[in-house]
Design a protein around this ligand. Structure first.
Ligand code: SAM
Length: 270
């Protein structure tokens, strides 16, 4: 018997690529089949939840396991699709382990685009995008979001800034020079799509700091009186934005995930 949450929904939740609709067959690869069968100990007839970032969340019944595969039959829709926050994170790649955590936490914190950018003092010169993507997807599955963040190809920071969409504010986490406290800055630009830029462990160099802060879409922000490590700075900035103008502030379900508040209506039936 598959494990279910208190609300009776399947506990195991997977992101899939293909379309989702009642009666649709979904095939899973070796890794996922192994996870369901040998890690979660599920069997034929058990239910899991699936989402693809386009068609909402669905229950799906395991209708077969084979050597290195699993097939599912999509059953009923549990939640309609939501767009999620429009929030980008640009960050200078960090060493392995810490960069994995950035992908995981950015996904949990509702980031829609994760974008590694190379600054002058960035130490790692390559990024393992497959690993970053796997961390972001796994976090999306675990945290019950309905989308997975887009992983943008790593580029030099100047290139990312050269093609910047004018209406999107880039909150530049600036460890020195003039800046607004983050809370004031995000509230002053609440209506605009947003992005955060966090520098490398070695910080931005002076020329970079000056060049970035003079761009018209850039809003330099301060994160308080202590120097934070780059990953801490990213998580703190994202949490501030979400709580002041993002989906933590948007009400609904007591600021908790759907189905978690006592007596919360089931969105699939409303
Ligand atoms: N090595 C730099 C120094 O000593 O000045 C510090 C760099 S810090 C470890 C890495 C990044 O986190 C910075 O480039 C900045 O984007 C962000 N950051 C850290 N603390 C910050 C603060 N108090 N305000 C704004 N940004 C901060």
């Amino acid at each position: 018997m598959s494990e279910r949450t208190q609300s009776g929904r399947p506990k195991v939740r997977l992101h899939v690529d293909g379309p989702l609709a009642a009666g649709q067959a979904v095939g899973l690869d070796h890794e996922r089949a192994h996870y369901l069968r040998h890690v979660m100990r599920l069997e034929r007839g058990d239910s899991i939840a699936v989402f693809n970032g386009r068609d909402g969340e669905w229950s799906a019944v395991i209708d077969g396991f084979g050597k290195g595969w699993c097939s599912l039959a999509v059953a009923e829709r549990l939640r309609p699709q939501e767009r999620g926050a429009d929030l980008w994170l640009l960050f200078a790649p960090l060493k392995r382990g810490r960069i994995d955590t950035v992908a995981e936490k950015a996904s949990e914190l509702g980031v829609s685009r994760i974008w590694p950018v190379f600054t002058r003092r960035t130490d790692p010169h390559r990024v393992n995008m497959d690993r970053l993507r796997a961390n972001a997807v796994e976090a999306a599955e675990q945290c019950e979001r309905l989308t997975v963040p887009e992983l943008a190809e790593p580029v030099p920071l100047e290139r990312a800034l050269a093609g910047w969409p004018a209406e999107r504010r880039l909150f530049f986490c600036a460890e020195s020079g003039a800046a607004m406290p983050i809370a004031l800055a995000v509230q002053a630009h609440a209506g605009n799509p947003a992005a955060f830029l966090v520098g490398p462990e070695g910080g931005f160099d002076t020329q970079e700091l000056d060049a970035i802060r003079n761009l018209p879409f850039v809003v330099p922000v301060g994160l308080g009186p202590r120097i934070l490590r780059a990953d801490t700075a990213a998580f703190a900035a994202l949490a501030c934005w979400q709580s002041l103008v993002g989906d933590w502030a948007a009400g609904g379900a007591d600021g908790r995930p759907p189905f978690r508040s006592p007596g919360a209506p089931d969105p699939s039936t409303s």
